[in-house]
Design a protein around this ligand. Structure first.
Ligand code: NAP
Length: 350
């Protein structure tokens, strides 16, 4: 476990990366995204931050609170329902009009609904899209801006998907998008495993950027339970205070700090950081810590990281190793790009 004081010390050094970092937080109108965005804004010098979600009132509150954290920060809310890829494309186009580079993308959009398949007009399930397709689409659309960040000082370029790293499971290759075999549990397994495999696929294609997938552990004071059935919300309301008092839950403040650490620390460098620019790897690693960390393929500093709530690697996994040997990552890449093409055709036809 990376000690929390080391995490805080590292985050406090974020200013070493200089003024004007550009960051996008999707799903930052609540919960883990909000706490991570606030930690970033508090520690960065004159950052430009975009937050994406649906709730205007939450965004207004957060922007006001952020003014107290950093009066030099510039924060803009982009309202969008990113359970639709057309909306993801619209937001990315808006950002691309305003920015030539982007240093950091943190994504935590999602819900815990137990509903069955909920297909949008794009022909894909909304929950699957929030946890997986929208996240890959944001990264994919904004790769040129991440690349551009890697080629100019401080050469810092990162993405983090906050979800379920470490909980990968077997994929149904006959129905990767779960068109005919959807259940909430299968959706969690597919989107988790696909998030993990894609960190490596993106890193292979863009080695000057770090790609990470994390699991935040249990963070009770978030909005995640909103879309649960009433009986489950009641159970959560009873359990949450007990969890908060136990060691089983991570506080808001700690989760924001730990996710920011994953997003910025030099212990998670890109596969090929820009030469002669030490900050390309991120905030220099705290003394006493082994750096770089083991990547998803269990090679130190591989550029693709699966990270536990305590900022350590999730560990070697037999299934992922088997999938790596069978080049399943390439299959998931092809599948994902195929979905993007199919949805683009549907949206163009409307
Ligand atoms: N909390 C935990 O204990 C825990 C544990 C493990 C994994 N996770 C994962 O961590 C991620 C974040 O969870 P959280 O607890 O922070 O949840 P949260 O408080 O409910 O935050 C979810 C965020 O996603 C946004 N969102 C949801 N649907 C959206 C949509 N259709 N379009 C745009 N934005 C949307 C919400 O914003 P709007 O409502 O404004 O749209 C909100 O900002 C989730 O993927 C969750 O599965 C959480």
């Amino acid at each position: 476990m990376v000690a929390l004081d080391l995490v805080h010390a590292s985050n406090a050094q974020l200013r070493q990366l200089g003024p004007g970092l550009v960051a996008l937080f999707v799903g930052a109108t609540s919960g883990i995204g909000e706490y991570t965005a606030k930690a970033f804004i508090e520690n960065a010098l004159s950052p430009r931050v975009y937050i994406v979600g649906r709730s205007e009132s939450a965004a207004e509150r957060i922007i006001n609170e952020c003014k107290d954290l950093n009066k030099d920060g510039k924060i803009e809310f982009l309202k969008a329902d990113v359970s639709e890829l057309g909306e993801v494309d619209r937001v990315c186009a808006e950002i691309t009009k305003k920015e030539s580079h982007i240093n950091l993308i943190v994504q935590s959009q999602g819900n815990m609904s137990l509903r069955g398949r909920d297909e949008s007009h794009e022909g894909i399930d909304r929950k699957f899209t929030l946890s997986y397709y929208s996240r890959m689409r944001f990264i994919s659309n904004l790769l040129p801006l991440l690349q551009s960040a890697a080629t100019q000082p401080p050469h810092f370029s990162r993405t983090l998907s906050v979800f379920n790293a470490g909980f990968e499971g077997k994929l149904n290759f006959k129905d990767l998008e779960l068109k005919n075999t959807f259940s909430a549990a299968r959706c969690a397994t597919h989107t988790t495993t696909m998030n993990s495999l894609m960190t490596e696929e993106f890193s292979k294609r863009q080695p000057a950027t770090t790609f990470a997938h994390s699991w935040p552990a249990t963070v009770v004071t978030t909005g995640l339970a909103r879309e649960l059935p009433a009986w489950a919300r009641v159970a959560m309301n009873v359990l949450s205070p007990l969890l908060s008092l136990s060691n089983l839950a991570v506080s808001n403040e700690e989760t924001g700090a730990r996710q920011l650490y994953i997003a910025t620390s030099g212990v998670y460098p890109p596969a090929k950081p820009s030469e002669n620019s030490p900050l390309a790897s991120g905030v220099p690693a705290p003394k006493g810590l082994h750096a770089p960390m083991l990547g998803a393929n269990v090679v130190a500093g591989s550029g693709a990281y699966l990270v536990n709530w305590n900022d350590e690697p999730t560990g070697k996994q037999k299934l992922l190793q088997e999938y790596r040997e069978k080049n399943v990552g390439a299959t998931i890449w092809e599948h994902t790009m195929g979905i993007f093409e199919r949805v683009a055709e549907i949206n163009q036809g409307q």
